[in-house]
Every structure is written in structure tokens, then in C-alpha cells.
Design a protein around this ligand. Structure first.
Ligand code: ADP
Ligand code: MG
Length: 240
């Protein structure tokens, strides 16, 4: 369980309150207007910003004061954080050992992870020699080898076309969530949430709301969410 115990986050004049729990092993979508605090919440989980108040706990243990490197958290951003001068295998290897001193066993795990995301044989390619979708797969493989309990995704696939994006979402569901990782994924597309996230966390008006079931939420969104989703294409929803 990931628990936010009366947490308040501040960035300049911005305030965000969070008092909720996220079940271990769940896959949650994080939805809310631009500037509502989604990235701020992820930064607090990863340890890049410290709460002004309250505690963040993982499996009952207070991790509020822990440095980012001491937390079992992996992050995936839209730019994938790939290093252009490193090969696909080295970029994945960073998820195992930041100094890249990989043992033979490590190298096999890297190859296995690349195989799992459909990139077998492309170990030595630099990111510039990979397509956008392949680059996203490398980034997912890096999270795979890291074995972090918590995986945070901040709209990592927003720049991909719809078919490719769905493939990446399915990889996240099959290779990370189904293997027991606790995944929180920021998305501005309700279809992403419907596709893989059984629960959704809404951030609006300075509050991180507790997770609720995705389908019913999107079928019958509360006012603040309906206003935000108004312009979104949610084909299965009643909004269009
Ligand atoms: P979201 O990811 O939901 O779009 P953010 O978490 O990035 O929103 O930002 C939430 C609020 O915090 C915004 O109002 C933003 O302007 C503010 N903010 C973000 N980073 C900083 C910062 N470093 N200093 C001051 N304000 C910030
Ligand atoms: Mg953001």
C-alpha cells in the first residue's frame, strides 16, 4: 500500500493536499487538468520534492525523508530519458546499475528485458537508430530490470500515434502491472485509463482524490472532471 497521510505539497504559491491510499499491485490512472499537480504528486512519491506536511508511506514504512535513490521507485517520462551516446543495452543497464558495471548475469537480464519488450537483437543500437516506439520500449525495459516496487509514468506515450500508444500501454499492463508492480500513470486521455487502469485518481482544485473504479467514474464523471473531459474524446463515455 502506498499511503499519503495528510500530505500537503507546495510549489511556490501552489498547494496540493493528498490523504489517500493506493493498493500495492494496482494500476491507477492519474487524471486532472493541466497545472492541477499531477507531476508534483509523482515528484513527491519519487522524493524529488519534500512534503510541507504529512507523510508518505510504502508498505507501512515512512519514506518521507528518504532520498530518491533509496526509494523503490522508477519513473518514465515523455522524453524517455535515454542517453543518446549509449546503446539500447546500456540504457537498459542503467536501470540495474547506474555505474554500468554489469556482470554477465546483469547482461543476461538486460537482454531478457529487451526481448520481453520485443527488441531482441537490437542491444547495440543507439537511440538515434531506433524508432520512437522502439525508444519507448527501451525505456520500459529499463523499468523492467530495475525491479522497483513503484512505477510512475508521466504521459510517456503521449507523442506516439494511437496504435503504437496502445501497444505501449499493453506492455505496461502485461510486463509491469501484471508482475505485481504498483503503477501510477498520468494521462490526459480517458481512453488510456479505460484501456489498462482499473482505478483512477482525480487531481483537481488542490486535492488528490482517493482512487475510484475507472469505468463508472468516466461513465458518470463528477462536475470538475466532466468540465475537464468535455473536450476529450472518450468514445465509450456519454460526453460526446
Ligand atoms: P500538472 O502535472 O498536473 O500539469 P504540475 O504538478 O506540473 O501540474 O504543476 C502544478 C502547479 O505547480 C502549477 O500551478 C505549476 O505552475 C506549479 N509549479 C510547478 N513547478 C513549480 C516550481 N518549480 N515552482 C513554482 N511553482 C511550480
Ligand atoms: Mg505534468
Amino acid at each position: 500500500m502506498l499511503t499519503f497521510d495528510r500530505v500537503e505539497l507546495r510549489q511556490g504559491d501552489f498547494r496540493l493536499k493528498a490523504h489517500l491510499s493506493v493498493a500495492a499491485g494496482s494500476l491507477s490512472a492519474l487524471i486532472g487538468p493541466s497545472g492541477s499537480g499531477k507531476s508534483t504528486l509523482l515528484a513527491a512519491i519519487a522524493g524529488f520534492i519534500a512534503p510541507a506536511q504529512g507523510r508518505i508511506l510504502w508498505a507501512g514504512k515512512d519514506m518521507t525523508g528518504k532520498a530518491p535513490g533509496q526509494r523503490s521507485v522508477a519513473m518514465l517520462f515523455q522524453d524517455n530519458n535515454l542517453f543518446p551516446h549509449l546503446s539500447a543495452a546500456q540504457n537498459v543497464g542503467l536501470g540495474l546499475r547506474p555505474d554500468l558495471k554489469l556482470t554477465q548475469d546483469d547482461r543476461e537480464r538486460v537482454s531478457d528485458a529487451l526481448g520481453q519488450v520485443g527488441l531482441a537483437g537490437l542491444e547495440n543500437r543507439k537511440p538515434s537508430a531506433l524508432s520512437g516506439g522502439q525508444q519507448s520500449r527501451v525505456a520500459i525495459a529499463r523499468v523492467l530490470v530495475s525491479q522497483s516496487d513503484i512505477v510512475l509514468l508521466d504521459e510517456p506515450f503521449a507523442a506516439l500515434g494511437p496504435a503504437l500508444k496502445d501497444e505501449m500501454l499493453d506492455l505496461v499492463a502485461d510486463k509491469l502491472s501484471a508482475k505485481g508492480r504498483t503503477v501510477i500513470m498520468v494521462t490526459h486521455d480517458p481512453a488510456d485509463a479505460r484501456r489498462i487502469a482499473s482505478q483512477t485518481i482525480v487531481v483537481s482544485d488542490g486535492i488528490v482524490h482517493p482512487p475510484v473504479e475507472t469505468g463508472p467514474l468516466l461513465d458518470n464523471p463528477p462536475e470538475a472532471l466532466a468540465a475537464y473531459l468535455g473536450g476529450k474524446k472518450d468514445k465509450k463515455g456519454p460526453l460526446n
